[in-house]
Write a protein of this length. Structure first.
Length: 118
C-alpha cells in the first residue's frame, strides 16, 4: 500500500492522534459541526436561527484590518464572524484570515502575538 503525500513520514499513531484531535470537537448537542483544519483546527462553523457563526480558534492572534471578526471579541484566543441572512463577507479578507490561521498552525506557535490587534 502506498502512503499518500500528506501522511508520508508520519507514524500510524501520529495520524490517528491527528484524526482524534478533530473528532473531539464534535458536540453531542450538534453532531456534525463542520471543522476546518490544517496542522490543527482553523475554524468551526455553526448555524443558529438567526446567524451562521465561524469561530477561529486562534483568531486573537490574527490580523484583521477589515474587521471581519464581529463576535467573541473579548476572549484571549478565539474570534468569530457572525453572518446574518443577506450579509456578504469580504472574500479576499476572509481568505487572508484563513491563510494566516494556516500559517500560524504550521508555525507551531500557540500564543497570540502582541501585534495581532491591527
Amino acid at each position: 500500500m502506498k502512503k499518500s503525500g500528506a501522511s508520508q513520514g508520519q507514524s500510524a499513531s501520529e495520524l490517528i492522534s491527528k484524526r482524534i484531535a478533530e473528532w473531539k470537537w464534535i458536540k453531542a448537542t450538534k453532531p456534525g459541526t463542520p471543522v476546518w483544519s490544517h496542522d490543527g483546527i482553523i475554524c468551526t462553523g455553526e448555524s443558529y436561527k438567526h446567524v451562521v457563526k465561524l469561530t477561529f480558534f486562534k483568531g486573537a492572534s490574527l490580523k484583521d484590518p477589515v474587521r471581519l471578526f464581529n463576535s467573541s471579541l473579548d476572549g484571549n484566543a478565539r474570534r468569530a464572524i457572525d453572518i446574518h441572512e443577506g450579509e456578504e463577507v469580504d472574500q479576499s479578507a476572509f481568505k487572508a484570515l484563513v491563510r494566516q490561521a494556516v500559517a500560524l498552525n504550521s508555525s507551531g506557535k500557540s500564543k497570540p502575538s502582541r501585534n495581532a490587534t491591527s
